[in-house]
Design a protein around this ligand. Sequence first.
Ligand code: GLU
Length: 468
Amino acid sequence: MTVKTRFAPSPTGFLHVGGARTALYSWLYARHHSGTFVLRIEDTDLERSTQPAIDAIIESMKWLGLTWDEGPYYQTKRFDRYNQLIDEMLADGRAYKCYCTQERLEKMREEQMKRGEKPRYDGHCRCCSSHHEPDEPYCVRFRNPDDGVVRFHDHIRGDVEIANSELDDLVIRRTDGSPTYNFCVVVDDYDMGITHVIRGEDHVNNTPRQINIYKALGAKVPEFAHVSMILGDDGAKLSKRHGAVSVMQYRDDGYLPEALINYLVRLGWGCGDQEIFSLDEMIEKFSIDHVSKSASAFDTNKLKWMNRHYIMTLDPKYVAGHLEWHMKDQGIDTSNGPELSEVVKALAERSETLKDMASQSRYFYEDVTDYDPAAVKKWFKANTGEVLSRCLEKLESVAEWKAENLHHVVEEVAAEMEIGMGKVGMPLRIAVTGRGVSPGIDVTMELIGRDRCLARIADARSRLADRT
Ligand code: GLU
């Protein structure tokens, strides 16, 4: 059997991390088995589905690298197919027209509740739908089996079973003619040949009803795995209150997709003590049967740790591609300055996120207009003018603008003036970056470039002169 899985989001909002993890597991399962992964947009709820939400889902999937082999399919383009099947089911009695009014249904529900029963449709129209006028409004219900039990083995939750007597006749087409979610999902999974349905645990109660529909359609029932929820670190349902929840917000906050993917795969699945998984390793080792059935708590600190790991270990050229987005986002023009991958190398160890890296790297590309007042207070001393003058003189005659040579200049000035290297390096750093923190001053100056450094040091010296 060739494995075929799908991710089937309803486009009523952005893609959140819970949905992304479900998509990831479904994708990994397909990739592990050299199968096919389908993206299907479940947009039948016309009031709540929006184009911006569809765009956001697709953008998130692409950013995460969860490539699909088929789709995106759209349920709204398949109404004819759903209706064709509903009509066939109506014709042979697998479904029936229900003319019950809202008032009747409400009254029935109230009485059932009064008697302490679970509210359910009583099957009133199963046998009497022929006495109605052709223009009377009706919905269509699926004739659920009366007896027996529905059983399935959930790859995450184990064996699930429910008696048919617990299930009522589900509406599959509303009075307005639109097919309902539980029906469309089954038809799609059937038509698309989905072998494994991996989805959120909020759907586990729909599964027995859907299984009965598969059987009524003569379809092979797929296998199921219902992935549990992600909670905030305080145990409450993950929400904006806990920080970012949408995938694209993580991009905006400076995370690499590799970090988010690695974090999400580990959140609920593991393989020994291993924390860091390359995509290939995940694909090789992932098993849906080892996904935890308890809810997982989102831990932003661990995600940050993984982000740092990937910033430091991935190819700087690749990281630079992602950094570029943040540079643009922060309005920094990188066309006139060092290669971004060199900036990544210099700042990787000092950056928790790419957003942070971008904001730290402004001085590589833009003139320094202000100095950090705290750094100035601490490091601009009476001898700073002389420090800068000596540095400038020596730097002007450096033959090759390389970190090693620049380092020697700092050493020489410190030795000549009989002061510590920090007392030379720090004023120099403030002069060329405006800040009290940067990568090594030698590397920093190399990247900023000769002309810019010399101009900035001269500028700092004259600012100092003005001050005194
Ligand atoms: N469209 C449903 C949702 O977004 C998922 C349905 C399914 O995966 O079967 O919750």
